[in-house]
Design a binder for this molecule. Structure first.
Ligand SMILES: Cc1cc2nc3c(=O)[nH]c(=O)nc-3n(C[C@H](O)[C@H](O)[C@H](O)COP(=O)(O)OP(=O)(O)OC[C@H]3O[C@@H](n4cnc5c(N)ncnc54)[C@H](O)[C@@H]3O)c2cc1C
Length: 499
């Protein structure tokens, strides 16, 4: 068999954080399985997982206001926040295992401690934030959360935001010190370097064009290589981790589970501060409230980031519309994703989301000065010359028919779509995204390898001690995991002294 035609156990499509996480799991669980990765770009972590293409928030529901909703009776529903926090704890444990097993040498290469804050203005919003704080701060998962509407306290927490504000403004914030900034690009690259050292065959500049089932139930991939030649590679299991590119590949596989599903691309733009004096005045991720009509992924936030060993300051993301499914994708991505089986779903979604589409197109047209006006709601004296625009990644939101929402309902979460026999799985959607890669890949393992899960369980528990348990219901385990992951990942105050 030539290099252009191989048979292997596992093929991972795409070299983003999702394939990196699944590959690392498989190499720990079944090191003897042969794994090949095909990535169309020149290196790993270049699309959404790249540090400049996402916001780097370790989403643990410590600051994102859209994870808690005010119910009609005025009480606050924190169930989604609990779910996301529990999922993030799985990532923290897995990453700690990787550090303990010396697979990652320096955790600060990809994760840094950073206070997570929610900030609101106006009396009604302040009252909401206070109620939300009361509902969350007694919950062990959110222990340590503080609330303040005292301008002096807020000045200590976020001087850059408080300076030059009218003294009569009603403003409040919550703060929790156990938040993180995660460089998912760096983490992806670290994991791919590790996979290479474990004999995983990683083929860059190899674009998967087609996927079809063979007579023996395996999957044959048609791939265009760096020289433009066609290769054919077969595997018993395929993970479609193509990010925005996954929907087209899922459709090509023809599995019935992939029918009646569509995608809606939302693009992102950040503003990055180029003035070190301004950057030095801020140290937190500060999430505000989404504007009326804005999708949840365009909640504005002002974030300290740690990229290339340097502290940076980013504001955004401004959502926008582009028909591309990947930043490096094609203008025809959206139109070619419409198939006979999802036509009604897509048309219904189009009709339902006219106002969202209009909003997104309006956002694309915003001038830099208009974007500065939004930034000035956070930093009143922000100067245009201190800020540059950077184009972030594309997020392809899932569109499907649901009982609750009817035909063509836009989803804001991630979904694992797998064949009934578990031989292929694809990840669609992008939120909460990279932060919950570990949770999502455990779902892939459960869906696709049910016959192995029992035998793998002891190793999974070694990597993730809380696997299968609710941390909320096991407060002692929660305390132990909080303490040990913070120490191993270098996030505790004690560890920080040496940074
Ligand atoms: C603006 C923005 C902000 C975000 N903020 C956060 C955040 O703060 N926190 C968070 O946790 N998540 C965030 N996310 C989401 C997060 O970035 C993604 O969920 C995550 O990076 C997706 O990883 P992935 O591996 O699925 O996809 P990607 O990283 O996009 O990787 C997919 C790879 O597949 C390759 N590929 C695609 N098609 C093919 C093909 N046919 N053949 C071969 N290779 C192919 C691509 O080139 C790419 O390298 C954000 C995303 C965006 C866009």
């Amino acid at each position: 068999m030539s290099d252009r035609e191989t048979k292997t156990d596992v093929i991972l499509i795409g070299a983003g954080i999702m394939s990196a996480t699944l590959g690392t799991f498989l190499k720990e669980l079944v090191p003897e399985w042969k794994v090949t990765v095909f990535e169309k770009l020149e290196s790993a972590g270049e699309e959404s997982s790249n540090e400049w293409n996402n916001a780097g928030t370790g989403h643990a529901a410590l600051c994102e206001l859209n994870y808690t909703v005010e119910k009609p009776d005025g009480s606050i529903d924190i169930s989604k926040a609990i779910q996301i926090n529990e999922q993030f704890q799985l990532s923290m444990q897995f990453w700690s295992y990787l550090v303990k097993s010396k697979l990652i040498s320096n955790p600060q290469d990809f994760i840094m401690p950073l206070p997570h804050m929610s900030l609101v203005q106006g009396e009604q919003n302040v009252a909401f934030l206070k109620k939300r704080f009361e509902a969350m701060s007694n919950n062990p998962l959110f222990q340590g959360m503080e609330f303040s509407d005292d301008p002096k306290k807020l000045m200590e927490w976020i001087p850059l935001i408080l300076q030059d504000r009218p003294s009569n403004e009603s403003i409040a914030a919550t703060k929790i010190d156990t938040g993180t900034d995660v460089n998912f690009g760096a983490l992806t690259r670290i994991l791919f370097d590790h996979l290479k050292s474990k004999d995983v065959d990683i083929k860059y500049k190899h674009s998967v064009n087609n996927i079809k089932r063979t007579n023996d139930g395996s999957w044959e991939l048609k791939i265009r290589n760096a020289s433009g030649n066609i290769e054919r590679h077969t595997a018993k299991f395929v993970f479609v981790g193509g990010g925005g590119g996954s929907l087209h590949l899922l459709q090509k596989s023809g599995i019935p589970e992939g029918k009646h599903i569509g995608g809606f691309p939302v693009s992102g733009i950040f503003m990055v501060c180029n003035n070190p004096k301004v950057v030095a005045q801020h140290h937190a991720k500060v999430y505000g409230k989404a504007k009326v009509g804005a999708p949840p992924m365009s909640v504005p936030h002002l974030d300290t980031r740690f990229i290339d060993n340097k502290k940076s300051l980013l504001f955004g993301p401004f959502a926008g519309f582009s028909p591309k499914f990947l930043k490096t994708g094609s203008m025809f991505d959206l139109i070619t994703s419409v198939k006979p089986d999802n036509l009604i779903t897509m048309l219904s979604a189009g009709a339902k989301n006219m106002s969202l589409t209009k909003y997104l197109i309006g956002q694309v047209m915003l001038s830099k000065e208009k974007r500065m006006e939004e930034l000035r709601e956070f930093i009143p004296n922000a100067k245009i010359e201190d800020w540059d625009l950077v184009v972030a990644g594309q997020r392809v939101q899932v569109i499907k028919d649901t009982e609750a929402g009817g035909k063509g309902t836009l989803q804001f979460g991630t979904e694992v779509i797998s064949a009934a026999d578990g031989s292929i799985a694809a990840l669609l959607g992008a939120s909460p995204g990279a932060s919950t890669a570990v949770h999502v890949m455990i779902e892939v393992l459960n869906k696709c390898f049910p016959q192995h899960i029992k035998e793998w369980e002891p190793k999974i528990k070694e990597m993730i001690p809380s696997y299968g348990l609710s941390l909320l219901k096991n407060p002692e385990l929660l305390h132990e995991i909080h303490t040990s992951t913070a120490e191993t990942l270098g996030l505790s105050k004690k560890e920080l002294v040496s940074l």
